[in-house]
Design a protein around this ligand. Structure first.
Ligand code: AMP
Ligand code: MG
Length: 482
């Protein structure tokens, strides 16, 4: 039986400062809930000849694949602004798998038992939140947004104590790596320059080999990270994604979205949208995400000061200038993204006003963010009478005049809009409905939802049932650490 694992574990070879060598804690009675066969194929893995029992053993960590070298990674992080030493408290990295195309992927179990980084936690995860991560991370991938992905979820056959006893589960997470801003913070906090250099070189080798022989590696790394994270947050803004817990330990160096805890998609447009029950002051609200990205990048920049220049004052000046440029980079990318959402080619001095006018109208009239753009693309949506008032009509007239200036056929700008405006997002009530049924062993609703979310830019039969905003939207709350 050949599944196709091809492990080449480089992180496990780093010194013990970076990780703890530890095995997942076996579970009682594992049962596979879902396996992502499409992703398996992309990874060059073939599970078609493996029976359910064997799959359950594999994806629970009861049966470790040959070649794996299991570790828990050390990292730190600013959580809601406060610095803490953290690490994989409930995750185990099996190792790095090389796909047929020689691409390197971290294979990680989430919910696989205690490690030395668990602090007061039990090292476990619950079925609902792991399936939620599966649904939303796969939806993000289909939306063309860089993200960690989900290969499988198993139930452990054990109960996990939260506010009540809940079914335990383990998610197999796939990432281009799990190196975080927090990883740099951990090593920087140890004040061992040699190890900081090792981490920088490791990161560059793995993610940015193009700057390997640069004279200014640290500065180049900072600039590349800014570019990647800026693009990522622009993508989140594009689809109305609210990450919910943008702590520095939840920001990857690869530029992939990670940690699907309290995230959710905005229905009605409101820049202050927050879903997380613990985000009392809206630190991670929709419109604050770019600012927090910059804040996190500044924390990264601080870590690499000694690598930028031996003269600390000079190094601080250099990184300050680079970080201060963030708004400019963001503004440019954001404007370009919004213009694509509105099908605007070329430049017009009033473009920004046209965009912000629309956002203000959406906010004042409680219009749904996703569906407003569907309406502009002439797609039939529910509740479109909301646009039938003089403010919107006036705006449409301005927009129509502006798209005429594109001087290109309508099909062409509509095509641009269609590739940037999803017709469907994981609506909160649809996700909840799927999770509720899954908790009662009915996976049909989740599987149907996953199919629809695979093609968010295409018109599909039945799509209308997935487009209405959540009736719960105003009160919808999400939770961390579940
Ligand atoms: P998160 O909120 O998922 O970003 O996690 C923050 C930190 O808490 C990380 O170090 C996690 O490994 C740890 N953590 C979260 N949940 C648990 C748990 N159930 N048991 C042990 N550690 C946990
Ligand atoms: Mg995390």
């Amino acid at each position: 039986m050949t599944i196709g694992w091809h492990f080449d574990n480089t992180y496990a070879k780093l010194s013990d400062t970076f990780k703890e060598t530890i095995k997942p804690v076996p579970v009682k009675n594992p049962k596979l809930v879902i396996l992502n066969e499409e992703l398996a194929k992309e990874l060059g893995l073939d599970f078609s000849k493996v029976n359910q029992e064997e799959l359950s053993k594999i994806f629970s960590g009861n049966n470790l694949p040959i070649g794996s070298d299991t570790i828990a990674q050390a990292y730190a992080g600013h959580q809601f602004g406060h610095f803490t030493m953290l690490g994989d408290g409930r995750a185990i990295l099996l190792g790095e798998h090389l796909s047929n195309k020689n691409k390197r992927f971290d294979i990680q179990f989430k919910g696989s038992g205690k490690t030395s980084f668990s602090r007061s936690g039990d090292g476990r995860a619950v079925l609902g939140p792991m399936l939620r991560e599966y649904i939303i991370s796969e939806a993000m991938h289909a939306l063309n947004i860089p993200t960690t992905r989900s290969l499988a979820v198993v139930k452990t056959g054990e109960l996990v104590a939260r506010e009540e006893l809940l079914p335990g589960a383990i998610l197999t997470r796939i990432a281009s790596s799990h190196i975080r801003v927090g990883t740099f913070q951990y090593i920087a906090a140890k004040q061992n320059l040699e190890e900081l250099v090792i981490l920088m070189n490791y990161t560059i080798e793995r993610h940015f080999p193009e700057i390997k022989s640069s004279k200014y590696k640290a500065l180049d790394l900072l600039n590349l990270l800014i570019e990647k994270q800026c693009q990522l947050v622009v993508d989140w803004m594009r689809v109305g994604f609210v990450h919910g817990v943008m702590n520095t330990d939840n920001m990857t160096i690869s530029g992939e979205t990670i940690d699907y805890g309290p995230c959710a998609f905005m229905d009605q447009y409101n820049p202050l949208t927050v879903f997380s029950s613990i985000d009392q002051f809206g630190r991670y609200a929709y419109a604050n995400q770019p600012k927090i990205t910059k804040w996190n990048l500044a924390r990264f920049a601080e870590c690499i000061i000694p690598l930028i220049n031996d003269d600390q004052d000079h190094a601080i000046k250099i990184i300050t200038d680079v970080i201060d440029n963030f708004e400019k980079v963001y503004e440019k990318k954001w404007l370009s993204m919004m213009k694509k959402k509105l099908g605007l080619f070329g430049d017009d001095k009033n473009d920004k006003k046209l965009i912000t006018d629309l956002l203000n109208l959406m906010q004042n009239h409680h219009a749904d963010y996703t569906n407003t753009f569907c309406y502009l693309m002439n797609l039939k949506i529910e509740n479109d009478q909301i646009f039938n008032n003089k403010d919107f009509i006036n705006w449409f007239n301005h927009w129509e005049k502006r798209v005429k200036k594109n001087n290109i056929p309508k099909e062409k700008y509509l095509k641009l809009m269609r590739s940037h405006n999803p017709l469907v997002i994981p609506r909160n009530h649809k996700v909840e409905e799927a999770l509720k049924a899954a908790s009662e062993d009915n996976l049909d609703i989740m599987n149907k939802l996953l199919i629809i979310l695979k093609k968010p830019y295409d018109y599909q039969n039945d799509i209308i049932h997935y487009q209405s905003p959540s009736p719960l939207s105003e009160k919808y709350q999400t939770f961390c650490g579940t």
